[in-house]
Ligand binder design. Structure first.
Ligand SMILES: Cc1cc2nc3c(=O)[nH]c(=O)nc-3n(C[C@H](O)[C@H](O)[C@H](O)COP(=O)(O)OP(=O)(O)OC[C@H]3O[C@@H](n4cnc5c(N)ncnc54)[C@H](O)[C@@H]3O)c2cc1C
Length: 302
């Protein structure tokens, strides 16, 4: 979608929102799949209510992009604009056991920064790409931990009130790759409370998690992490593997040989290829195990 109305372009500039025309979502997502659309880069949180009013009053549909590491975006010219937060400097501020982190902050860098200041707990998140905002929205987790356990406050733009508000941790429910935020809420910042731990001990935990990832995931390849959520008490990857589906392909979209729940873009896969592969695997799992796999990857169909 192109924003061409000069009045809208001028209003964006007044709000301090940068307009990048025809951005390629293939370049902004870890799967390297996706068409093009205009991208709005937001520098100041305060401009968000005005920006949303502007877009809604002009009938401009919009989506919110974090680091693009859990997204499968459709091909071609996309029918919505993309909003993304620009990262401020500094994006993490520590006070005692609390870390105030901007949603645009890189998750891995946040974990290591806190670790260097003897704040641990998030070792399992090392190797999870993307932003802190995306991790909050998805309640990212690994190796028995999830980010939600450490959340004490979230600053967000609430679609229901059209205002920036602060929610306390106990007002939010964090479940397995699911949170109680409304679909159009935007995470802007979070206050985490992290346990004190010596850096050396945290580093040891980080190394163990890194090693587990290296030995089980196709890290050098383009993916969005796990495609499906694990059904209660079962492993989606194990079911796919048991059906002998590693290596199954549609075009360049392929079930990883290394981890059956990672689907990789082995070349020039399109969204159409990846969606067909996902549907095929889901159907085979349904037939064999009577289990309906749920997507973990967020799919943006045009
Ligand atoms: C190699 C690899 C390994 C991975 N391993 C793990 C893992 O171990 N555990 C795990 O949980 N995930 C894993 N993932 C998936 C992914 O990295 C996480 O889900 C990550 O937290 C997504 O963050 P993001 O900023 O990239 O979000 P995006 O992919 O940009 O967005 C995902 C969703 O969140 C929304 N969103 C993003 N930012 C915001 C915001 N600020 N406010 C509101 N909504 C927002 C988007 O609209 C979208 O709906 C992995 C991915 C890869 C590629």
């Amino acid at each position: 979608m192109r924003i061409e109305d000069p009045n809208v372009v001028a209003a964006l500039s007044e709000l301090g929102v940068e307009l990048r025309c025809s951005a390629s979502l293939a370049k902004l997502t870890s799967l390297a799949i996706g068409g093009t659309t205009d991208l709005l880069s937001i520098r100041k949180h305060e401009s968000i209510p005005g920006l949303l009013s502007l877009l809604d009053s002009r009938g401009v549909p919009h989506r919110f992009l974090g680091g693009g590491s859990n997204l499968l975006v459709d091909d071609g010219e996309l029918p919505w604009v993309i909003m993304q937060l620009a990262s401020p400097d500094p994006d993490v501020v520590l006070e005692g056991n609390f870390a105030q982190v901007d949603a645009a902050a890189d998750l891995g860098r946040t974990v290591t920064y806190c670790a260097k200041h003897d704040l641990g707990g998030m070792e399992g998140l090392i190797g999870v790409p993307g932003t802190v905002g995306g991790a909050l929205r998805m309640n990212a987790g690994a190796y028995g931990m999830q980010i939600g356990s450490y959340v004490r406050e979230v600053t967000l733009y609430r679609a229901a009130t059209r205002q920036i508000e602060i929610l306390r941790g106990e007002q939010i429910s964090f479940e397995y790759r699911h949170t109680s935020f409304a679909p159009d809420d935007m995470m802007l910042a979070v206050k985490l409370e992290l346990p004190s731990k010596p850096y050396k001990e945290i580093l040891q935990g980080i190394r163990i998690c890194n090693e587990k990832r290296r030995s089980s995931q196709p890290l050098g390849q383009k993916s969005a992490g796990c495609i499906f959520k694990n059904p209660p008490g079962a492993s989606a990857g194990r079911m796919i593997d048991d059906l002998g589906l590693k290596g199954l392909s549609v075009g360049d979209a392929r079930v990883s040989e290394r981890h059956a729940n990672f689907f990789v873009n082995a070349g020039k896969a399109s969204a159409k290829d990846m969606l067909a592969l996902i549907a095929d695997v889901r159907q085979r799992v349904r037939s064999a195990f009577s289990v309906e796999l749920e997507h973990e990857v967020v799919i943006w169909n045009a």
